[in-house]
Write a protein that binds this ligand. Sequence first.
Ligand code: M6R
Length: 612
Amino acid sequence: MCGIVAYLGNQDAYPRLIKGLHRLEYRGYDSAGIALLNGNIQVYKKKGKVSELEAHSAQQHTPATLGIGHTRWATHGEPNDINAHPHLSGNGRIALVHNGIIENYDLLKTALQKEGHTFESETDTEVLVKLIQAIQDRDGLPIEEAVRLALTRVVGAYAIVVIDQQDPNKLVAARKASPLVIGIGKDEFLLASDATPIVEHTNKVIYLNDEEIAVLHRSGDLEIKTISNEVQTPYIQQLDLKIEMLEKGGYDFFMLKEIMEQPMTLTNCMRGRINADEGWIHLGGVEEYASRITQAKRLIIVACGTSWHAGLIGEYLFEDLARIPVEVEYASEFRYRNPIIGEGDVVIAISQSGETADTLAALEIAKEKGALIFGIVNSVGSSIARVTDAGSYIHAGPEIGVASTKAFTGQVTLLTLMALDLAKRRGTISEGYYHRLLTELTLIPEKIKRVLEQDKKIQYIAAEIKDHTNALYLGRGYNFPVALEGALKLKEISYIHAEGYPAAEMKHGPIALIDDNMPVIVIATNKSAYDKIASNIQEVKARKGRVFAIVPEDDETISQIADYCIEIPETEEPLSPLLSVIPLQLLSYHIAVMRNCNVDQPRNLAKSVTVE
Ligand code: M6R
């Protein structure tokens, strides 16, 4: 949700900023801009993608060794050149980029207007830069102090970077509820919303904490204090990120690369955590709080979007295997509905980015009420990873395609490990079944490879669905959340309306939609409900619906009734979502490509949703 990048050093800032913006474009892509300081501040902004900004600025930009850049996901004001960042103070002295929302911007704007400030854009960001200017003008303060005082008057979320024409050796940055990482290179600083623009320059980073302000000097000095003016000691960490992880590696889209990576990412997720031969699972995060988690009265899973779907599978896993009651909540609802949480509850946040504003806010509420909070996160060093009491990374590597794929299977794998670990500790699973599930889990990456080999067939099926305007996804039990996830994948990247439903629930409403124009995608791999799913399919066929079924290898019954089938390897039922979701990911990918959609950057969406 908006990407920020900044550079201060002895090299040309422009190419570093543009490259950084390309890396961050997955966060928002409706307009982009940069400001360069070389005597004066020059601002270049353009509606559209970073490539459009590049076309507009490549030939005419000023050489500079200090600059800031931004790629936007609009909140206040439509995407256009004027609302694009950076925003300038009225006197042209200060430039600022911002990720987040200034909630009291209207109040601040009215006060500034009374003092004679005028506004060009509809953004909350312009209000902030003009507030900083007003404080600087009034008190003659250095830029960092004017920024700090301005932020004491701001309500909302922000990550900002500010430059001052009269202080060309300084970058000032601050954050509250929106991420910011400082990269410390040789004679240079890079600053960004995440580490992706930084990694090719340095692997030494500092993750700025909430309500901290950093001042980076050309001399190499770096100071951090809180917004309330307390000096902080910077904590420098090593990045564990490789450039290749940020490239498409020969694929047309990141989404396809990320789908294809899943055998590897799940192997990474399980590495050192499971040994099927010796029958153990070690999850560092769980071990730290083993008795509290094992004795939890209830698990509450909070998440959004695809991560919420993974949470639903978690509910089946924890209840079925470990016999712990589970509630799965949309973080955005949970945070505003005065939830009942007790000290015996463990709240599990699931998030790929680790920055989702609603999930973070839900965790704060849970923490205040005394629950233990546990994070299942992909992005290392992210806010959720840092606020939780304990947690486990899924180790999927950077996920850049907006549609989540490898993060989903990583989350489900982690939840499976955790449920099995708790089941063993609580004595709710038989030795035989525990060992079978462990063995099967370690075989999943190889079985995913076999599903991926069916890509051509899935492409053929995609061609059959691509011109429809609606689709229905049905699943039961462990595969009901997979139906939801399949429908979300199709909606978000191909703009075909799709709904996921429990297969048996279809007859309570959605069946009215079925005719020969309605593709129905059925996940029919559950052994326990196989006959029931077969009956559901008959109900669809009786109304001329076209059925595309995901079935187990060598299936005999459903393959006779369905119009098209995709076979996936057999596995234990609790693990089946890890296989059944793969064809659905590929299906939506191919449909989106056939419809000429921008698979990695679907309209109106952003990868990291840091506003509510
Ligand atoms: O980073 P998170 O996992 O917290 O993000 C949650 C959702 O925004 C995310 O899963 C979203 O629904 C994806 N676009 C789904 O593909």
